[in-house]
Unconditional design. Structure first.
Length: 260
């Protein structure tokens, strides 16, 4: 997997992880993987029934809250550190699209933009920025911590069926790349994984009916675990079904102009 370290219990036993959106799909697979490797895992989700059910199945804790709530984040981080003494891994994974479930990818996205714009940005951007900022004081104090943002290839290439989703994923990719140096000075890492198509409920039904190839969420969980324990910082990693295994995306620096 492009130089990423293998996952071993040594990196996770005695460690504490928070996984947002852990009630379904990629987040549920990450919670399961990290828990089996020995980490204490706290699942966060707005869907109480789903989050509690995954937590029971994979031996994790569950907290119901909306990742767009900064006060909720500060409370969650303080309670987690208070109860377990540390916070080592933060998976900022919860995300939504602007398209209603059951809609077709061929439907015109324009009618959904204004009604859903603020909510998509709240979950997909606030949920990342607030989570990272709430965890930072604790991670800085302990001199270590690794944050992983689930972005999307939609944030790098275009995604005409859902422009607001693409906007939100571009934003968090830029955030990860830009904040990484300041976090490094505090002993903290941040990276992002950009999945392609993964077989989870976020996928429009007609994508599934088309028979489009999709990665299992467990492959994303493996990639996320490996990035979390790597020594990379500010890395944008791609894991799309057509070019799995995961690889590091290198942005061109041409915009900086010719070398002086
Ligand atoms: P999913 O719908 O299966 O899971 C998302 C989870 O996030 C759900 O359990 C949902 O209840 C939770 N959630 C939604 N809003 C929340 C909020 N405000 N606070 C807390 N929890 C909230 O989808 P998934 O595919 O597992 O998506 C996980 C991440 O992966 C998302 O950020 C998504 O954008 C990204 N992603 C998914 C794919 C894919 O093909 N499935 C591709 C690229 C990126």
């Amino acid at each position: 997997m492009s130089g990423l370290p293998e996952l071993t219990e040594t990196s996770f036993v005695g460690k504490v992880s928070i996984v947002t959106g852990g009630g379904s799909g990629i987040g549920a697979a990450v919670a399961d993987r990290l828990s089996k490797l020995g980490s204490k895992v706290v699942i966060v989700d707005t869907d109480e029934k789903a989050g509690q059910s995954v937590a029971n199945a994979v031996d994790c804790d569950f907290t119901k809250f909306d990742v767009a709530d900064l006060t909720g984040w500060e409370k969650l981080v303080a309670e987690t550190v208070g109860q377990y003494g540390t916070l080592d891994f933060l998976c900022l994974n919860a995300g939504i699209g602007s398209r209603p479930r059951g809609s077709s990818v061929k439907d015109d996205p324009i009618p959904w933009i204004l009604p859903n714009y603020k909510n998509v940005l709240a979950v997909n951007i606030d949920g990342v920025v607030y989570g990272a900022m709430a965890a930072l004081p604790f991670m800085e104090k302990q001199g270590s911590g690794s944050i992983l943002v689930t972005a999307s290839v939609a944030g790098i290439r275009t995604q005409p069926p859902d422009p607001i989703y693409a906007l939100s994923k571009s934003a968090v990719i830029s955030f990860v790349r830009s904040i990484a140096p300041a976090l490094a000075e505090r002993g903290v890492q941040i990276n992002a994984l950009c999945p392609g198509s993964v077989d989870t409920p976020i996928q429009p039904d007609d994508r599934r009916l088309e028979g489009r190839p999709m990665s299992p969420p467990e492959e994303m969980a493996e990639a996320i675990g490996r990035i979390l324990v790597s020594d990379d910082n500010g890395g944008i990693w791609i894991a799309s079904s057509s070019d799995y295994p995961v690889w590091r995306y290198e942005f061109t620096s041409a915009i900086d102009g010719p070398p002086s």
